[in-house]
Ligand binder design. Structure first.
Ligand code: 13P
Length: 278
């Protein structure tokens, strides 16, 4: 069933687990993520970014997700990933997305808070959950999100408290040292900052940049309030690499290559679901 993320994140937060939010770009990636959710019997967030609108329109995304989720035993949240344009967020809500992320992290605090508050008013009236971001992630290697000149700005715990009180946002993405894409060196994940934010907010927090984050750090983050973890780069890298190996071995019909890609996506998603649930 398609739902917003509120009850899945609240339950995960209370149980000190995290729900995976996996990016998809086409039918194969969507099916791979949902296959993994069925196999692991876990709720899932399928996340579509506006940069992939040249692959599929919001209406097409909603139609295939609703049809596929209807065949799933688990709850599925259809989420709009990082979006800094309010009109595009409204288009996604109109198309039937059950959740949105307004990313005003590049704006001054006041503007980010005012825009997020407006989005929350409209989204909540439609039963749609809202994630926002305070602080800013750097871009790692091969990042498909943000830009190469993005710099790390850690989230301030005091500012986070004021932001949540003013906006009524359902989940807050925090910047604590993870990067979009793969790490260039050893990651320095600031769980001390995360702990301070969680002590002030007591609500589901979101970790972006899941790909390549060391498992022990991921678990430490989950025990300190992270209830939603985003993964994109590794889904793409793993699937491209295995597709290349397949094509080196044989010359499959495209329909067979597509079936294999669903399998590759489900393998990497299952790996992360296992980490997030323990
Ligand atoms: P990665 O590409 O590093 O997994 O980050 C994904 C993400 O944060 C999506 O919003």
């Amino acid at each position: 069933m398609l739902t917003n993320f509120n009850s899945m994140l609240q339950t995960a937060y209370e149980q000190k687990k995290a729900i995976g939010s996996f990016n998809f770009y086409n039918y194969e990636t969507l099916k791979g993520i949902l296959r993994a959710a069925g196999q692991m019997d876990t709720p899932v967030i399928v996340s579509f970014g506006k940069k992939y609108l040249s692959n599929m329109s919001f209406d097409e995304v909603k139609a295939i997700t609703a049809a596929s989720a209807a065949l799933c035993r688990t709850d599925v949240c259809l989420h709009l990933d990082h979006c800094d344009k309010m009109d595009i967020i409204y288009q996604a809500i109109r198309a039937g997305f059950t959740s949105v992320m307004y990313d005003g992290s590049a704006l001054p605090f006041e503007e980010n808070a005012a825009n997020t508050q407006k989005i929350c008013e409209i989204a909540h009236a439609c039963g749609v959950s809202v994630e926002a971001e305070l602080g800013s992630l750097a871009a790692g290697e091969a990042s498909h999100e943000g830009s190469a000149d993005d710099v790390e700005v850690y989230t301030s715990p005091d500012a986070a408290k004021e932001f949540v009180e003013r906006t009524g946002v359902d989940a807050l993405a925090v910047s604590i040292g993870t990067v979009h894409g793969l790490y260039k060196g050893t990651p320095n994940i600031r769980t001390d900052i995360l702990r301070a934010i969680n002590e002030k907010l007591h609500m589901p927090l979101v970790l972006h940049g899941g790909s390549g984050t060391p498992e022990a750090k991921v678990k430490e983050c989950i025990s300190n309030g992270i209830a939603k973890i985003n993964v994109n780069t590794e889904i793409s890298d793993y699937t491209v690499q295995h597709t290349r190996e397949l094509l080196e071995k044989e010359n499959p019909h495209l329909s067979v290559a597509a079936l294999n890609q669903i399998q590759y996506v489900s393998e990497v998603v299952r790996k992360y679901m296992g980490i997030f649930a323990n």
